[in-house]
Design a protein around this ligand. Structure first.
Ligand code: ADP
Length: 494
């Protein structure tokens, strides 16, 4: 918008007409005082200012405008009829004018000057806008950088205070910080600690991790003395802000002592179960002999039977422990061949029916197939699922057993009970070694290894397993294994 200031309305009218004809928006003021008031309220691209006016003259108005920070940069063109001598013109410029036009106004010259100043004004405002946005961008970046540095300082002091070997890297994996511990085991700040020559190469592993963008968790043996290696758990996680990955934070935690303790425990379980097995087998044989010899009417028969039940329980426990040690040492052997799955399942169900006659076991579906696998081990899984179903549903004595060959050619087996159920957050753990649901562990006896063994057996048959459960409503344990046929079966049996 252009402001025309003149005390004569006819002058204003002619200037306004010329400018508006050329699409310049205009505003007008009939005195210097009115012009100043308008300038304070609104911003203008250009002011055309008459010099001779009653009250404030044009020069005084220009000087006053120069005092307003908001309006200081608006170009001013003076209009004057009379004084064209040099002194007068100089005064116009020193009071803040940008140009000078004498009356009578030549419309072409006026338009040329207005266009030039208008364009200059526009360019100037654009430059100012860009400058302002650049300034705020720079300030914003500086603030973010300061915050990041502050956070990095905090993170580094935390990593300095922990006993682990710790480091951070940039998003591209280049190490940027290592704590004091690092320097005790690594050749330099830029290189990973020395690890056992038989362990995977850490540099290569790290490159793979960075490329994948996923957290890393692995065990490595870190050289802690010239000829001593200790197991460490290396964990590294990517740190994100929104969608951008900022850095990686990693630690090496010494787990050698835990490893040794686990090894000793495994050794103990292995030795103890072996040592217990032999005398128990002898006891079992003698009690079975006794049971056979004793008459049905004999009052001690009841005690012998009870002893046999307990011996069987003990025997199962020891067998489980032996299986556990075999899994740990990689010695769990499988004797795979083709067998009639339906009869194995029926036998298992029948056995549970006889042992727990108070339970109603409902069979659903049929799987009349020949399965390639270890029959005893598959039966072991089914019996385990069934005995758990019995054990964990003391108040609802119905159990469903489903078996089917699915359209994808896999055998699917499911054991459903209506017992105590399992909370969601425990469900992913119950197939782990020694895991028992804490809230119910005291009510039900057990070691927490049955499902672990089942999981291993199913895995070794290239199968899948899982549980669906709702607390208070029951659980459904299932597994599925491929039913090999044709060339796949020939290849497996060859
Ligand atoms: P154990 O029964 O000897 O504790 P398992 O490995 O067979 O060991 O089972 C692990 C845990 O899973 C059990 O301690 C129990 O908490 C839970 N669990 C297994 N089966 C069921 C089931 N049918 N219903 C509810 N909880 C179950």
């Amino acid at each position: 918008m252009i402001l025309i200031v003149d005390d004569k309305p006819e002058n204003i009218f002619s200037l306004k007409t010329i400018l508006e004809l050329h699409s310049f928006p205009t505003d007008t003021a009939l005195s210097g005082e009115e012009a100043l008031k308008k300038i304070l309220r609104q911003s203008y691209a250009l002011i055309i200012l008459d010099v001779q006016m009653p009250g404030m003259d044009g020069f005084e108005v220009a000087e006053a405008i120069g005092g307003y920070s908001k309006a200081r940069d608006i170009p001013i063109i003076f209009l004057s009829a009379a004084n064209t001598d040099k002194k007068f013109i100089t005064k116009g410029y020193t009071s803040g004018g940008s140009d000078y036009i004498t009356k009578p106004v030549d419309p072409d010259i006026l338009l040329l000057k207005v266009k030039t100043f208008y364009r200059l004004y526009e360019q100037n405002s654009e430059l100012n806008r860009i400058q302002a946005s650049l300034r705020s961008e720079i300030e914003f970046r500086k603030k973010v950088e300061d915050e990041l540095q502050e956070r990095a300082r905090e993170l580094h002091s935390i990593l300095e205070s922990i006993p682990q070997i710790a480091f951070t890297t940039r998003a591209d994996g280049k190490i940027e910080f290592v704590n004091e511990q690092w320097l005790r085991y690594a050749p330099s700040k830029q290189e990973f600690p020395y690890t056992h020559p038989d362990d995977p190469d850490l540099d290569r592993q790290w490159q793979k991790t960075v490329a994948s963008g996923h957290a890393l968790e692995m065990e490595v043996r870190v050289r802690t003395e010239p000829d001593e290696y200790r197991f460490h758990l290396l964990r590294a996680i990517p740190i994100h802000e929104g969608d951008t990955m900022l850095k990686w934070v990693g630690t090496f935690t010494d787990i050698e002592d835990q490893k040794q303790a686990v090894k000793k425990k495994d050794q103990f379980i292995s030795i103890a179960s072996h040592e217990l097995k032999t005398p128990l087998t002898t006891i079992k044989a003698y009690v079975q002999l006794l049971d056979r010899d004793i008459g049905e009417e004999d009052p001690t028969k009841l005690y012998v039977d009870r002893a046999l039940v307990q011996i069987r329980k003990l025997d199962n426990l020891i067998v489980d422990l032996l299986d556990l040690s075999k899994i740990e040492s990689g010695k769990l052997k499988f004797n795979k061949k083709l067998f009639e799955f339906e009869s194995t399942l029926s036998n298992a169900v029948e056995m549970i029916r006889q042992t727990y006659p108070e339970y109603r076991i409902v069979r659903m579906g049929k799987a009349d197939i020949q399965l390639y696998g270890d029959e005893t081990r598959i039966e072991q899984v089914i019996i385990n699922y069934l005995t758990n179903a019995v054990k964990y549903s003391p108040d609802n004595k119905e159990i469903h057993v489903e078996a089917a060959v699915r359209p994808d050619g896999r055998l699917f087996v499911l054991v459903r009970d209506f017992g105590i159920g399992i909370k969601k957050d425990h469900q992913s753990n119950i197939f782990s070694k020694f895991y028992r649901v804490e809230e119910t562990a005291n009510r039900f006896q057990g070691l927490g290894i049955g499902l672990y063994i089942c999981a291993e057996i199913i895995r070794r048959h290239e199968g899948e397993f899982g549980v669906e459960s709702e607390p208070g409503r029951g659980s459904a344990f299932y597994f599925s294994v491929p039913v090999l046929q044709g060339p796949a079966l020939q290849a497996a049996t060859a």
